[in-house]
Write a protein that binds this ligand. Structure first.
Ligand SMILES: Cc1cc2nc3c(=O)[nH]c(=O)nc-3n(C[C@H](O)[C@H](O)[C@H](O)COP(=O)(O)OP(=O)(O)OC[C@H]3O[C@@H](n4cnc5c(N)ncnc54)[C@H](O)[C@@H]3O)c2cc1C
Length: 365
């Protein structure tokens, strides 16, 4: 297992935080769920906010499930601790620079402590994110790319202030989308829709808090207390799928194979679902010599990937203000929010997808 950053860097990198029930189950079944069960915040629903009013989508009542808020860096800490505890190596500050011979006897070439090394592999799990080297190791003529860019981005902050709501609030406002989320009872995570090329230096802390308050204001006088901003950054929004997710003995998992806009909170969950499929395939191969589940890796992953892409695209389209939206599109947009908030059938559709599609149902591994 190679990681180009330090252990400290990956254990403090702030990213996702919403875990589906299926992801929680996978982590618990894998023996890394103790702290997650203790410290994770269980949420039974979310709020959709528009026209200065909130509409709760009650997951528990609609689909009998919940989500857990537990920061991605905490999952990473738990996984690293578990692996090191059973003496399996992780090389930190080890950068993979080249992958060769994927179809026969794959090799990873990497740099560690200023020296070049190589690993001879049975298989390679390409879990190196969107900018890694695994996807580019597949010949371009063997890979199909499906992608979509959105005309906006998210300006995200991490702030030391107790969340103003105990559940996530997704807000649609004329000035753009806003999201209130959290990482713990003391730390809030908040986002604002901004331009894709937004210059973060134009956003001093005061301006961020003021814009959040404007977009999230309600008739009842919603109060958003500010606090020290610990981190801020701009995240582009894109949908991306590379198929097939395997080439010879190299498998692409998580962001190496697909990216979703973060509105549906699916990225980390999809990565875990891919890992689950690959792990099961490897177990079948090493225990019984059966290669078939590994051959089917792409097909087993892709149906979930596209379902999550559809949901993430839909949430993104519904909740963001598009530049140059004409009055017809604007009214349709508004009607969609109104329908989701007021129809049990439409709310159930949102809830079912948000809490995560179940594993091991026909076609969904
Ligand atoms: C701001 C933000 C908010 C998000 N919110 C959510 C959310 O709420 N819910 C959700 O489910 N998802 C969310 N996501 C998405 C989620 O964080 C990603 O989908 C997830 O991290 C993907 O995991 P991964 O393991 O595939 O890739 P990564 O987490 O990117 O891990 C890849 C690792 O490979 C390492 N690496 C890369 N290249 C090399 C190399 N050459 N050699 C060695 N190591 C290498 C990298 O350093 C990195 O540690 C969010 C993302 C962002 C940016």
């Amino acid at each position: 297992m190679l990681e180009r950053h330090t252990r400290e860097y990956v254990e403090t990198r702030v990213r996702a935080g919403v875990l589906e029930q299926g992801t929680v189950d996978v982590l618990c079944d894998s023996g890394v769920g103790a702290r997650l069960k203790r410290e994770g915040l269980q949420h039974q629903g979310i709020e959709l906010r528009f026209d200065r009013s909130g509409h709760r989508i009650d997951f528990r009542e609609l689909v009998g499930k919940s989500i857990t808020v537990y920061a991605q860096q905490e999952v990473v800490k738990d996984l690293i601790a578990a692996r090191l505890a059973y003496q399996a190596p992780i090389y930190f500050e080890a950068e993979a620079v080249r992958i060769e011979n994927c179809e026969n006897e794959p090799e990873i070439h990497y740099q560690h402590n200023g020296q070049s090394h190589e690993i001879a592999c049975d298989f390679i799990a390409g879990c190196d994110g969107f900018h890694g080297i695994c996807r580019p190791a597949v010949p371009p003529n063997k890979l199909q790319i499906h992608e979509k860019y959105y005309p906006f981005a998210w300006l995200g902050i991490l702030a030391r202030t107790p969340p103003a709501s105990h559940e996530l609030i997704y807000t649609y406002h004329e000035r753009g989308f806003a999201l209130l989320s959290m990482r713990s009872p003391e730390i809030s995570r908040l986002y604002l829709q901004c331009a894709p090329e937004e210059d973060i230096s134009l956003w001093p802390d005061e301006r961020i808090w003021e814009e959040l308050r404007t977009r999230m204001a309600t008739q009842e006088g919603f109060v958003l207390k500010d606090g020290p901003i610990l981190q801020k950054g701009v995240t582009p929004m894109r949908s991306f799928v590379a198929t097939p997710m395997q080439f010879g003995k190299l498998f692409l998992l998580g962001d190496a194979a697909h990216i979703v806009p973060p509105t549906g909170a699916k990225g980390l969950n999809l990565a875990v679902a891919d890992v689950r499929v690959l792990t099961r395939g490897l177990v079948e191969f090493y225990k019984r010599g059966d290669r078939e589940p590994l051959r089917q890796f792409t097909d087993r992953c892709l149906r979930r990937v596209w379902r999550c892409q559809r949901f993430s695209w839909w949430m993104t389209s519904m909740l963001h203000r598009f530049p140059n939206e004409d009055s017809f599109s604007h009214n349709i947009h508004h009607a969609e929010l109104d329908y989701v908030a007021s129809s049990r059938a439409a709310s159930t559709t949102l809830a079912e997808n948000y809490v995560g599609l179940p594993f091991d149902t026909p076609g969904l591994f």
